[in-house]
Write a protein that binds this ligand. Structure first.
Ligand SMILES: Nc1ncnc2c1ncn2[C@@H]1O[C@H](COP(=O)(O)OP(=O)(O)O)[C@@H](O)[C@H]1O
Ligand code: SF4
Ligand SMILES: [Mg+2]
Length: 375
């Protein structure tokens, strides 16, 4: 078993609302571990608390309570990813490369900047910058250019080069592919997977891009309104989701043929409640077709459904009984390959990421990002 390098224990983050006594309950008691060289994805609709978890792990916002352990050390309430003590062992890549790159700084200096934390000599730093720019498949002469002269995909490569220049053990990636066109997106996913193979870096991969998550993750956490609802090996969660919310989320993937849907026996309806002063109980209660009286009163305890696969739902056995094991993405790939043999042009567009996520525009028959059954 690989060594655990990140452990998050009972993390709570509430943001006070200015001029009132109410709070936004962004994260409500989240615990997980991440092992060396592993990719753990956090998925869920917008507002579920994914970014806030990332920012707490990076020390960019202080938790309300709970603790963050990195390489066996409790990081305490006051620290930051840029603190010298960490020596760049934890790094970050955000959705907008502009968040990690200073537009007034040439690319070479931007990439070298985190090396200031490592105590390396000037020559060693220059060598390291040359190595990483080549590792992310960019020409060396780009080091003298400025971010605005680069495409979005190139900027994200630079952001990744800057993140890996200190040889981190952990990368926090918050929607790293969401601002990119399909080609750049596929290239960045390949690059990240290659880097992990070569360097053994662990990734906390925060994303609502379910097809990217399917490609890169070993394990998945499904979040809703600040709570983990399901957690398990990626293959198990994609094939046999056991929480009604995960089933709904995975059903929202649009497959290449309109007649092909993930077979589900139900649809999630209703609005996402406000995260302000949430009531006790299961956060999905207002939208869940399986709800019973007890759901509104207490948050369901963790239940084991298979090896390392856990779920928080009083009725997970009923969900299991009604859902067939189908991996939407495997089906998607199979269908796209079928089309490829008939019409390569259409297939390329499909494979390049024509995937419905909860954030994509909603075609007819779709509510709340959840695809309705047509049969
Ligand atoms: N600085 C902040 N102040 C107040 N509320 C915030 C702040 N940051 C995030 N939130 C709220 O916390 C909730 C979770 O947000 P976020 O972590 O960004 O979710 P996600 O990344 O899953 O979309 C949202 O309701 C959001 O509006
Ligand atoms: S605990 Fe109840 S409301 Fe929550 S997902 Fe399960 S059945 Fe639905
Ligand atoms: Mg976010």
């Amino acid at each position: 078993m690989a060594k655990v390098i990140l452990e998050v224990r009972d993390l709570v983050k509430h943001f006070p609302v200015e001029g009132s006594r109410v709070v936004v309950q962004a994260v409500n008691g989240v615990s997980f571990t991440l092992a060396a060289g592993e990719t753990l994805a956090i998925v869920g609709e917008s507002g579920s608390g994914k970014t806030t978890i990332g920012r707490c792990v990076l020390g960019l916002v202080p938790p309300t309570s709970g603790s963050i352990w990195f390489r066996g050390h409790d990081m305490g309430p006051r620290w930051n990813v840029r603190s010298r003590a960490l020596r760049g062992k934890m790094q970050l890549v955000f959705q907008e490369p502009g968040e990690s790159l200073d537009p007034r700084m040439p690319i070479g200096r931007s990439i070298a900047e985190p090396l200031g934390l490592t105590g390396l000599s000037r020559t060693a730093r220059d060598q390291r910058v040359l190595q990483v720019i080549q590792r992310v498949n960019l020409p060396v002469d780009i080091l003298d250019h400025y971010p605005t002269e680069l495409s979005a995909g190139q900027q994200q490569r630079v952001a990744i080069a800057r993140a890996i220049v200190t040889e981190p053990e952990l990368l926090i990636l918050d929607e790293p592919t969401s601002a990119l066109d399909p080609t750049a997106r596929a290239e960045i996913i390949d690059l990240l997977m290659g880097i992990q193979r070569d360097l053994g870096t662990a990734y906390l991969f925060i994303s609502h891009d379910l097809s990217a998550v399917h490609q890169v993750s070993h394990r998945i956490i499904v979040m809703y309104l600040g709570r983990i609802l399901e957690q398990g090996p990626a293959r198990a969660v994609f094939r046999t989701p056991r929480h009604p919310y995960s089933v709904g989320l995975l059903s929202s993937v649009l497959l290449p043929s309109p007649g092909l849907r993930r077979e589900t026996s139900f649809v999630l309806e209703g609005e996402i409640p406000s995260p302000i002063n949430l009531p006790p109980g299961c956060p999905l209660v207002s939208r869940c077709p399986f709800r019973i009286d007890r759901c509104a009163k207490e948050f369901p305890p963790e239940a084991d459904v298979a090896a390392q696969h856990v779920v928080h739902c009083f009725r997970h056995e009923d969900v299991a009984a009604r859902e067939h094991a189908t991996d939407t993405f495997e089906e998607f790939q199979r269908r796209a390959e079928q089309i490829l043999s008939v019409n390569p042009g259409v297939a390329r567009a499909v494979l390049a990421g024509n995937v419905m996520t909860p954030h994509s525009p909603k075609p007819e028959g779709v509510q709340n990002g959840i695809q309705h059954q047509t049969e």
